[in-house]
Design a protein around this ligand. Structure first.
Ligand SMILES: *Cc1c(COP(=O)(O)O)cnc(C)c1O
Length: 384
């Protein structure tokens, strides 16, 4: 039985997979079982920031793997402390909680916000505002936080204490008993929708004035994806909490909640945890990823993003291109995004979709030559 059939037979059917089996990769290119090559414009959904099997990353991970693979959080380990230090020095945050995914990072943020408010104001001030079209994860709490009606079928009852708003400050101000606002600066799964700077500043001011925590979900936008280390830097905002995941591990599972001054001491011993969180091998990989995301790489990310935008503007069938850096959404006027992606894959280029847009999250290290080739194919498929 071939692999695709085995997968269909034995793996729970929660994913609608493309007809593509990826067996190996290097940099921004991967190969299927027949040896056919593809240029990757998706990075495994924003995860492989350094592309497939980066040499330096492998070395960092392998060295740690041969030294110590896991201890539990009952003990200190070197990579965990060093990655936390690197993240704090890089971002100005005070403390880091490590876990294994974006949803878990957001769970940690939700718990921290609730406890921050409970410690200071007592019970009842526990609501968390999220924005329509957001995506925060698939665990029960983060699914509830995800303000997309279509995802709220089947799984009742949902957690209490989440309210959804449009990007309208007056709507946000109406809600009482709120401990936090959680938002994405660029809604990723919702369709690559950047937040208006004025609205972001209004929310930030309102939160600061009312001691409501401002939580930025940078699971997709963080770690250099938009051309700054954090997307909040584009907005001149320093959220009380920022969550990271996807790109941080370079391909291994990691999530991180960064806590600022207000909530660095909220979560004491025993209030939260994760068996795998802060795993030495994963943290060693994360440290290496961070070491590579320097100013030079960030300015290349910006340039590559601008290149894609300028190449696609004016292409027949492209209505608009949204996003920043290497997180872009292409609105189409004639074709369906899913059809464009399928056709691109058959021609050796792998983009993503986000709602009705084609979404691009290429590895940050994709070369200009690869990008030119891939955008050629993409533009042709869209225009045909
Ligand atoms: C992907 C994503 C998540 C969920 O991350 P998982 O690792 O799949 O749990 C949460 N928030 C945003 C903004 C994301 O893009």
């Amino acid at each position: 039985m071939d692999i695709k059939q085995k997968d269909k037979k034995y793996v729970l059917g929660t994913y609608g997979r493309y007809d593509l089996l990826i067996v190996r990769g290097a940099g921004a290119e991967c190969e299927d079982e027949t040896g056919k090559k593809y240029i990757d414009l998706g990075s495994g959904i924003g995860v492989n920031a350094l592309g497939y099997c980066d040499g330096g990353w492998i070395k960092a991970v392998e060295e740690q793997l041969e030294t110590l693979q896991h201890t539990s959080n009952l003990y200190y380990t070197v990579p965990c402390a060093l990655l936390a230090e690197a993240l704090c020095e890089r971002t100005g945050y005070k403390k880091v909680f490590f876990c294994n995914s974006g949803a878990e990072a957001n769970e940690a943020a939700i718990k921290t916000a609730r406890k921050y408010s409970f410690d200071k104001y007592g019970a009842g001030r526990d609501k968390i505002i999220t924005l329509n079209k957001s995506f925060h994860g698939r665990t029960m709490a983060t699914l509830t936080a995800t303000a997309q009606e279509a995802m709220h079928n089947y799984f009742f009852p949902f957690n209490e204490g989440f309210v959804y708003c449009d990007k309208d400050i007056e709507e946000i101000k109406k809600h009482k008993g709120v401990c936090a606002v959680m938002l994405e600066f660029i809604q990723g799964e919702g369709g690559v929708i950047p937040m208006d700077k004025t609205f972001a500043a209004q929310v930030y001011e309102y939160c600061a004035a009312n001691d409501i925590l401002f939580i930025a979900d940078e699971v997709q936008t963080g770690v250099g994806r938009t051309g700054r280390f954090l997307c909040s830097e584009h907005y001149g905002i320093k959220p009380d909490i920022t969550t990271l995941a996807k790109g941080l591990g370079g391909g291994l599972p990691i999530g991180a909640m960064l806590a600022g001054e207000k909530c660095e001491s909220v979560m004491g011993a025993g209030t939260h945890g994760s068996t795998f969180g802060g795993n030495p091998v994963v943290c060693a990989g994360g440290r290496y990823v961070l070491s590579r995301i320097d100013d030079k790489l960030l300015s290349e990310v910006k340039e590559k993003g601008e290149y894609i935008k300028s190449r696609l503007s004016g292409v027949k069938g492209v209505k608009s291109v949204s996003g920043l850096g290497l997180m872009l959404g292409i609105e189409l006027s004639r074709k369906k995004a899913a059809d464009v992606v399928k056709e691109c894959i058959s021609r050796g280029v792998i983009p993503l979709t986000a709602k009705d847009k084609v979404r691009l999250l290429p590895p940050l290290v994709i070369t200009m030559e690869q990008l030119e080739k891939a955008v050629d194919v993409l533009a042709r498929v869209i225009a045909e």
